[in-house]
Design a protein around this ligand. Structure first.
Ligand code: TXA
Ligand code: MG
Length: 513
């Protein structure tokens, strides 16, 4: 007879983290705390996760059975590891260690879900709402067997075992993006309740030719079935977007992209393998099945696989590509929160899937592959440097100001707030110009007073954080009743290029009426 508590307390969701290659560098057996090498994003990512999830570490230390390390060695290292995490503001409930070799036939070695079941009993966890994050296919398999969700990171052994992953595995670059992914699901639950039911409704509406808003890791998109020209026409109408500006087609993975492309060059495969799902759009020649209205009559199609759980689940549930521009009125700032949607867009949308803030915050990088050198059509969420490391130097076309440039995202004035924006050459001056001025600073507030409003993009000087904050900060300044906004440029490297590109376009003078 059970005499346990009679009042049911809700079960908590958890994140089970692999240790080596996921939180710390995988350097083989670690016998001393001095040998711990933390991956750069671990502390921040776990701090963010700890606010919503119980955290556990599940690690395989075969070195114990092999006699390379003693149990005491591993326990000493784990005590130091827990101390350091606690000092960084990260509470870990428990570390579960399997010391066995495969031949010993133990119950606890991943992909056995044994430790997850044990934790669920002891800590009253909801495994169906829990996650396993790791750099080995057995981490993902553990999640499947426990009825949890698995997330594969490319750090540690991630790249080496990438090709062994079962189809459909969710892959992210590292622990930071794993946290973004998991927290997006937590937000979707908070804002939509049963979000998978909302998703099913959205799919039904898309199938009926309707349009709606969904989150991606860059910005919110306004989507329609890519193969439904009438629905696409609704998107153009809702955005008040000129018909010469083609849409990006979102796909669930590389295989779906190749079904829409007339050719899928080796460079496309290399880029998709490295950066999908993620903020990279690849422009290639299109198949005739892609409607002309999507590509604005061009022979090419822009393809991207987004790194957002709601976007991916939507694409998988629909089973078809979704064409979607950013969910803003043409020429205006892209929404990085559902709260930022224009009334006109909300009124035109048949559904809004709200999963909170977008983690990357600037739109995808666009690269065209049409034979010859790859061309950068728009800097964005994947740094130019990372792309060039894979496919060689990119051609960067000169700014064009004609009406129908190669990529209309390159129109000189775009992404604009209503308030006049002046892009400074350097740090904001001590005092603002005459009138009520706001300052968009990169790292530190301007030295002097007199500014009516100040927004700092990243006090830590982190370009990723700055990109994630950019559009929301611009919006707050735009709503501040200011005479003007003075914006400091970010350093012109990595994501800084995308930030400065958006600021330059926002700052361009209004064309004469
Ligand atoms: O991050 C993003 O890319 C977001 C999210 C929603 O995925 N989407 C987005 O879409 O920024 P949009 O429509 O705001 O910008 C798409 C850009 C446009 O500048 C368009 O001209 C360009 O992609 N584009 C689309 N198809 C193209 C093509 N066939 N050739 C050249 N450029 C193309
Ligand atoms: Mg590992």
């Amino acid at each position: 007879m059970s005499n346990g508590p009679t009042i049911a307390t809700p079960r908590r969701p958890a994140v089970f983290l692999d240790r080596d290659g996921t939180l710390i560098e995988d350097v083989g057996p670690i016998s001393s705390p001095d040998a711990l090498r933390w991956l750069p994003d671990t502390f921040e990512a776990l701090r963010r996760l700890a606010a919503h999830y119980e955290l556990f570490i599940v690690t395989h230390q075969v070195w114990i059975s092999r006699g390379v390390l003693t149990t005491e060695d591993v326990e000493r290292v784990h005590r130091a590891l827990l101390d350091r995490l606690a000092a960084e503001g990260v509470p870990i409930r428990r570390i579960y260690t399997c010391p066995h070799t495969k031949e010993e036939g133990c119950l606890c070695r991943k992909p056995s879900p044994h430790h997850l079941f044990e934790a669920a009993r002891e800590f009253h966890l909801d495994l169906a709402r829990s996650f396993v994050v790791g750099d080995h296919p057995h981490d993902v398999e553990t999640a499947v067997r426990a009825g949890s969700r698995g997330l594969y990171v490319r750090t540690g052994h991630g790249e080496r075992h990438f090709d062994e992953l079962p189809a459909g595995t969710f892959v992210v670059p590292g622990i930071r993006e794993a946290a973004d992914w998991i927290l997006a699901i937590a937000q979707a639950e908070r804002r939509m309740g049963d979000w998978t039911a909302e998703l099913a409704r959205a799919v039904a509406r898309l199938r009926a030719g309707r349009i709606g808003v969904f989150p991606t890791e860059t910005v919110y998109g306004l989507g329609a079935r890519a193969l439904d020209p009438l629905a696409i026409a609704r998107v153009f109408e809702a955005k008040q977007r000129p018909a010469f500006d083609p849409l990006i087609v979102h796909v669930a993975g590389e295989a779906d992209a190749t079904m829409l492309a007339a050719e899928w060059p080796e460079a496309a495969h290399r880029l998709a393998r490295a950066f999908w799902p993620g903020p990279l759009t690849i422009v290639v020649s299109k198949r005739p099945e892609v409607p002309d209205i999507v590509t604005a009559g061009r022979p090419t199609v822009a393809l991207r696989c987004p790194r957002h759980p709601v976007a991916i689940e939507l694409l998988r549930a629909l089973g078809e590509p979704i064409a979607a521009p950013s969910a803003n009125l043409f020429g205006r700032t892209s929404p990085t929160h559902a709260e930022h949607l224009d009334e006109a867009i909300r009124a035109a949308a048949d559904f809004v899937l709200d999963a909170g803030p977008c983690a990357v915050g600037v739109e995808s990088t666009i690269v065209a592959l049409r034979g010859g050198r790859p061309v950068l059509l728009r800097p964005g969420g994947v740094p130019l440097e990372a792309i060039e490391a894979l496919v060689g130097p990119l051609e960067v076309p000169a700014e064009s100001s004609c009406d129908h440039p190669e990529s209309p995202g390159r129109l000189p004035r775009h992404y604009a707030p209503r308030t006049r924006l002046a892009l400074l050459n350097s740090r904001a001056a001590a005092a603002p110009p005459e009138g009520r001025w706001g300052c968009l600073a990169f790292r530190e507030p301007p030295a002097g007073g007199g500014w009516a409003m100040v927004e700092v993009l990243s006090p830590a000087g982190d370009l990723r954080e700055a990109a994630a904050n950019l559009f929301a900060a611009l919006r707050r300044l735009d709503d501040g009743g200011l005479d003007g906004i003075a914006a400091e440029p970010a350093p012109e490297v990595g994501l800084g290029r995308a930030i400065n590109d958006r600021l330059r376009r926002a700052a361009h003078p209004e064309p004469a009426a």
